[in-house]
Design a binder for this molecule. Structure first.
Ligand SMILES: [Zn+2]
Length: 320
């Protein structure tokens, strides 16, 4: 039996789904942000099921975002539970503060290159620093790799690395039950933003990964799976993953076509494109919208329809 325990977060996305897997070992998937409110809520949900934090034996982490990792080490310490995560992600999690600092430096460089003004970059950076304590470092005591099996008394999960929403996205597949623990790889109510992120192990000056292209490859792999239900990191359970993924593919296709139209009018930076698409939201949510634009521009560049023109360290996109 898997129970969904929604835990409050201060983020726009709302509550995060933490899952309690009633099996041997007793397992929690993700842990909610590092806040007293979240911990109290999680403790209450566990109590309703006749459990407590100290009963947990294993904590599985789906990806690096702070609404999923914040309480991992606190819970693991209290319970003496093992912490399971992708091998390539373990160093990031162990060095959380430095990793976030490097991620922000990377993001800042991407923003500068794509025409986002210095004042907007600085504002975003201070917001990020203000939120940072909602995450936290954790020591992974058991690393897994793509294709590994994670065993329980009554089930077994195959581990799949499905990056795109973040570089560390990991999903866990119970083939016998047709269940997929998906983290934020697939969410019903909202399209999982393929945020442009520093690659795991990369530096501030690493090349920008094509996050949307990577995400679409990951989605195609999930679409090919036989699944009864998908247990996502936010919102409701998904029973029609193939239709939902088709819907996402159509959305991305529409956006790419709209962007091509804007680029055909005149060459623009990604920031100017984001403003043309979303107006002031491109300022208040500069990194999110920039990531959206860059993702679609990557698709158009890979198709040979758009080229990048660099001038003085700032990139404009033009039709080829
Ligand atoms: Zn996430």
């Amino acid at each position: 039996m898997i129970h969904c325990l929604p835990v409050p977060t201060p983020f726009a996305v709302g509550r995060v789904n933490v899952y309690l897997v009633e099996d041997d070992p007793l397992t929690l998937v993700d842990a909610g942000p590092n806040s007293g409110t979240s911990l109290t809520s999680l403790e209450r949900s566990l109590a309703e099921l006749g459990r407590k934090v100290e009963d947990l034996e294993r904590i599985v982490v789906t990806h690096q975002h702070m609404d999923h990792i914040g309480l991992v080490q606190i819970l693991a310490d209290r319970a003496g539970a093992e912490v399971v995560a992708l091998e390539a992600f373990a160093p990031w999690l162990a060095g959380y503060s430095e990793a976030m600092e490097a991620d922000d430096a990377f993001a800042s460089a991407v923003m500068a290159r794509n025409g986002i003004p210095a004042d907007v970059r600085m504002a975003l950076r201070s917001v990020s620093v203000a939120y940072r304590a909602l995450g936290g470092a954790a020591t992974v005591t058991r690393t897994v790799r793509d294709g590994d099996t994670l065993g329980f008394a009554d089930r077994s999960w195959t581990v799949h690395h499905r990056p795109g929403h973040s570089p560390s996205d990991t999903v866990f597949h119970d083939a016998q039950r047709g269940e997929l623990i998906a983290g934020d790889h697939l969410i019903k109510q909202i399209s999982s933003n393929p945020l442009v992120s520093r690659p795991l192990g990369g530096t501030e000056s690493s090349a920008r990964p094509q996050a949307l292209v990577i995400y679409l490859e990951s989605l195609a792999k999930t679409q090919a799976m036989e699944l009864e239900r998908v247990l996502p990191g936010h919102g409701q359970e998904i029973h029609d993953h193939r239709d939902l993924i088709d819907e996402r593919l159509r959305l991305h296709d529409r956006r790419a076509r709209k962007l091509l139209g804007l680029i055909a009018e005149q060459p623009r930076t990604a920031y100017q494109l984001a403003q043309a698409m979303w107006g002031n939201v491109a300022v208040t949510q500069a990194y999110l919208t920039l990531s959206e634009v860059l993702g679609h521009v990557d698709l158009l560049r890979n198709d040979g329809r758009v080229v990048e023109v660099e001038d003085d360290g700032v990139v404009r996109f033009a039709v080829s």
